[in-house]
Design a protein around this ligand. Structure first.
Ligand SMILES: [Zn+2]
Ligand SMILES: [Zn+2]
Length: 190
């Protein structure tokens, strides 16, 4: 599949190699947690997969920190017709309260949040937005991604990738369910 992947998503996949190391989606909020409700910080987001640009605003709340995030993301996908790997841009926007676990002013544990699923500020006073970014990226992901709008897909008879080559088979409209099965067979056979 690797060679096929390069065809459709070369630019997007190479982009990954230029990402800086480190964790640009991790924020230390120890100072913010010592400030009054309403205090805020704003940060530009550096590139870290899947984000390539964006910003966050962190706002002190009574029980934690409200994270407002706007980000341009690059989502990796597999074409639902030809099964090629590719990436496409999307935008995510969310507001989530990260619940405080430690009262920094008085030095004791905070009560457990009502919602066990809620995002939490780490015990080291950091907010890690990667999981939220992942979840919101999933919600904006295309259910039937196409590497390009007119992707001809695979021949349902012989499995030829019709955007690369022609085959001699007769065929009607391509049924994506067949395309998926043929793709599986190809991966198995090599
Ligand atoms: Zn395709
Ligand atoms: Zn064919």
């Amino acid at each position: 599949m690797a060679r096929r992947a390069m065809r459709a998503g070369a630019d997007a996949i190479n982009w990954r190699n230029h990402l800086p190391t480190g964790t640009p989606m991790l924020f230390n909020v120890a100072q913010l947690l010592r400030q009054e409700v309403g205090a805020s910080r704003r940060y530009e987001l550096e590139a870290e997969e899947p984000v390539h640009a964006g910003h966050v605003e962190l706002i002190r709340m009574p029980d934690g920190v409200l994270v407002r995030c706007e980000a341009d993301v690059l989502l990796e996908a597999q074409c639902s017709r030809c099964l090629a790997a590719f990436a496409y841009p999307a935008h995510i926007s969310f507001e989530e309260v990260y619940v405080q676990q430690v009262d920094l002013v008085h030095g004791h544990r905070m009560p457990e949040p009502d919602d066990p699923e809620s995002f939490r500020i780490g015990m080291d006073n950091t907010i890690d937005i990667r999981e939220a970014v992942r979840q919101y990226s999933e919600t904006v992901a295309d259910m039937r991604p196409l590497c390009r709008p007119d992707c001809p897909g695979l021949c349902p008879t012989c499995g030829t990738d019709l955007s690369i080559a022609h085959c001699q088979c007769e065929r009607g409209p391509i049924d994506p369910r067949w395309a998926a099965l043929i793709g599986l067979k190809r991966m198995t056979n090599g």
